[in-house]
Design a protein around this ligand. Sequence first.
Ligand code: C5P
Length: 237
Amino acid sequence: MKRIILALDVDDHGYALELVDKFSENIDIFKVGLQLFSNTGPAVVRDIHDRGKKVFLDLKFHDIPNTVSGAALAATRLGVYMFNMHTSSGPEAMQRCRDDVVELCLKENIERPKILGVTVLTSLAQDTLRDEFGIQHTLRTHVRNLSKMALKAGLDGVIASGHEAAMIRNSCGKDFLIITPGIRASWALPDDQKRTMTPRDAMREGADFLVVGRSILKQEDSDKALDLIQLEILTSL
Ligand code: C5P
């Protein structure tokens, strides 16, 4: 199974598709996030599907249950492989979203997308959570609570940093998907990410998929960067 999800964090529709074509031999899932989707709308998702590739629609829905469910149904009709919502939308929003998606898939014979919950963004650090958000328990405890809430609501997994992957695996079981962004190979800069981890360590901590953007796309030789990351993943298994 190919473990890297490539984050297409670019503005341009045509350039995003060039990247899909360039990396299509080694990558099966491409992530369409807020930047690309806000520029292109759903057309880019359809064009990636036309190339036989899967899409992780990373729009991080965060709203009341009725609105999140409406967006989730639209993502489902687009045929994406996975999409996500913020776990902090609460248990009712997650449950409603799952139930409505399951019902739609049965009714319209659509393959059910995997629904993932965003826990705590990898760009946030423990002290920000405590000093600015006023959350008094540790970041790990917060991520564990959010992950267990997602599991109970019937979500397929969560997005979390490698630092919490092993703990989530322990509390949510072996079938719960863990998708890990904030991946930084040893040669790449952290940029805005705080809770980073190398590809090898994140896999060893139990991540199922690694979301990688700048560690590949911002490197001078992006093919070589991808090869090196893949090698790290292979040696971690
Ligand atoms: O370039 P980099 O590898 O840091 O990109 C990480 C990608 O993962 C970005 O597209 C970002 O939006 C996304 N992401 C994240 N942290 C999360 C969820 C998604 O960095 N918790």
